[in-house]
Design a protein around this ligand. Structure first.
Ligand SMILES: Cc1ncc(COP(=O)(O)O)c(C=O)c1O
Length: 316
C-alpha cells in the first residue's frame, strides 16, 4: 500500500501511522461500518473528485440504513476531503471515508458506542490492472450468491457485507480468474465482487435492475447516462446466466476498477473489447479526467491555492 502523510480522524488530521482504533471497537467485531470508494483525478483545472457529492450522499444513506448517526454533515466531509488531498499533496488517488461504531460497548444494540469517522486518501492504480482495462479480464460466475435483501441491505455499502464479496473474489482468484460475477438469490446475474455488470445484446446495453440486489453504483449510473447520450438503448432488466455467454460484449464498472471489459466468462470467450465497450470506455475516461465538457458537472474540483501540489502517479 502506498502511504501518504495524513489521515483525517474524527475532525483531526493525524499522522498515517497514528490513525488507530481500540481492539474492542464494535466495527472490528461485527462489521458495523459503512464506507465509500471514491477517486480523484488530475485534470487540466487541477485535482477533481468524481461525483463526490453522490458518494457522500450514498455514505450518509448507508449510515442511516444501519442506524449509524453521522456526526458530520455532508459539507463537512466534503471540505475535510479537499483539505486532506491538499495537505497530502495528492493530485489524484483513491479516497476512502469510513463511518463506524467505535469503542464503548460490544453489545449488539450498542447505541452508546461512539460513531467514529475517518477519511483516507492514497495513490491506487487500476484495480483490475491496466492490461485488463485494455484487453479485458477473465471472470467466473461464483458459487456464492450475492447477499439477499431478505437478510441484509444490498443498497448499503456496509463493511460487514463485504465478507460476501471477499468469499466470491477469493474463490475466483484461487481458480485462476480475475473477477467473480455473483448471481442474486433467484439465480439471475447481479454484479461483480466490487463492480456492476453490463452486457451488449442485439446492440442494446443491458444491466441488472435494483431488485436484483445490486449496489446502486455511481459509475453504473454514469455509464447509463453516457450510453443514452451516445444514442444507445439501455435496458435495466434481469439477465439470465447464459446471456453472459451469448453476449456480444460484456464489461464491469466501479470506482476502483473504472470500466473493465470482460473477454472471457466461465471459459466462454467473448474476445477483445467490442465497439460499444470501447466507445463507452473512451467517453467515460474523458469524463473522469475532465476532458468531456458535457460531464464537467460530475467533477468536484479541489481548490489548490499554491502550485506546490505533488504529482503522485498512482501505482500500476
Ligand atoms: C459490491 C459493489 N458493487 C458495485 C460497485 C460499484 O459502485 P460504484 O460505481 O459506485 O463504485 C461497488 C464499488 O463500490 C461494489 O463494492
Amino acid at each position: 500500500m502506498d502511504t501518504v502523510d495524513l489521515i483525517w480522524h474524527n475532525g483531526e488530521f493525524v499522522a498515517w501511522e497514528d490513525a488507530q482504533v481500540h481492539v474492542l471497537s464494535h466495527a472490528l467485531h461485527y462489521g458495523t461500518g459503512v464506507f465509500e470508494g471514491i477517486r480523484a483525478y488530475e485534470t487540466e483545472r487541477g485535482p477533481a473528485i468524481f461525483r463526490h457529492r453522490e458518494h457522500i450522499d450514498r455514505l450518509t444513506k448507508s449510515a442511516e440504513l444501519y442506524y449509524l448517526e453521522m456526526p458530520y454533515s455532508a459539507e463537512e466531509i466534503r471540505e475535510a476531503t479537499h483539505e486532506l488531498l491538499r495537505r497530502n499533496g495528492l493530485a489524484s488517488g483513491y479516497i476512502r471515508p469510513l463511518v463506524f461504531r467505535g469503542y464503548g460497548s460490544l453489545g449488539l444494540y450498542a447505541t452508546d458506542a461512539p460513531i467514529d469517522v475517518i477519511i483516507a486518501a492514497f495513490p491506487w492504480g487500476a484495480y483490475l490492472g491496466e492490461e485488463g482495462q485494455r484487453h479485458g479480464i477473465r471472470a467466473k460466475v461464483s458459487s456464492w450468491r450475492r447477499i439477499s435483501p431478505a437478510g441484509l441491505i444490498p443498497h448499503a455499502k456496509a463493511s460487514g457485507q463485504y465478507l460476501n464479496s471477499i468469499l466470491a473474489k477469493t474463490e475466483s482468484q484461487k481458480a485462476g480468474y480475475e473477477e467473480a460475477i455473483l448471481l442474486d438469490e433467484r439465480g439471475f446475474v447481479c454484479e461483480g465482487s466490487g463492480e456492476n455488470v453490463f452486457i451488449v445484446r442485439d446492440g442494446e446495453l443491458v444491466t441488472p435492475p435494483h431488485v436484483a440486489a445490486i449496489l446502486d453504483g455511481i459509475n453504473r449510473k454514469s455509464i447509463i447516462q453516457i450510453a443514452r447520450d451516445l444514442g444507445y438503448t439501455v435496458v435495466e432488466r434481469d439477465i439470465a446466466r447464459a446471456e453472459l455467454y451469448l453476449a456480444e460484449e460484456m464489461f464491469l464498472t466501479g470506482t476502483a476498477a473504472e470500466l473493465v471489459p470482460v473477454r472471457e466468462i466461465d471459459d466462454h470467450p467473448l474476445g477483445e473489447p467490442g465497439e460499444v465497450t470501447r466507445q463507452l470506455q473512451a467517453k467515460f475516461m474523458d469524463a473522469l479526467h475532465g476532458r468531456a465538457e458535457e460531464y464537467l458537472e460530475w467533477l468536484d474540483f479541489v481548490e489548490v491555492p499554491d502550485e506546490s501540489i505533488g504529482r503522485i502517479t498512482p501505482a500500476a
